[in-house]
Write a new protein. Structure first.
Length: 84
């Protein structure tokens, strides 16, 4: 498998994981008691999914350096900038 094919597969898996994590958070939110008592944890779950999607996007970008600027999560965008 070439480097590009490997990177593409990693991006696919990150996308799938982000959807699974998001679905898990959504299922937990259907229980209002859990949602009210654990809002900070549910928000952390959502952030994990967002980061995974952003990293998948970055791996698939034709120009990863310019794609960094499209990352909506400030902390992740700043961290990725450190490499360039």
């Amino acid at each position: 498998m070439t480097h590009d094919a490997t990177r593409h597969q990693v991006a696919i898996v990150l996308g799938e994981l982000s959807q699974e994590v998001e679905d898990l958070g959504a299922r937990l939110c259907t229980d209002m008691d859990i949602a009210m008592r654990h809002m900070d944890i549910l928000q952390a779950i959502d952030l994990i999914a967002q980061k995974q999607r952003s990293l998948a996007f970055l791996l698939e970008a034709d120009s990863p350096v310019s794609a960094i600027e499209k990352i909506a999560i400030d902390v992740l965008r700043d961290r990725m900038r450190l490499f360039h």
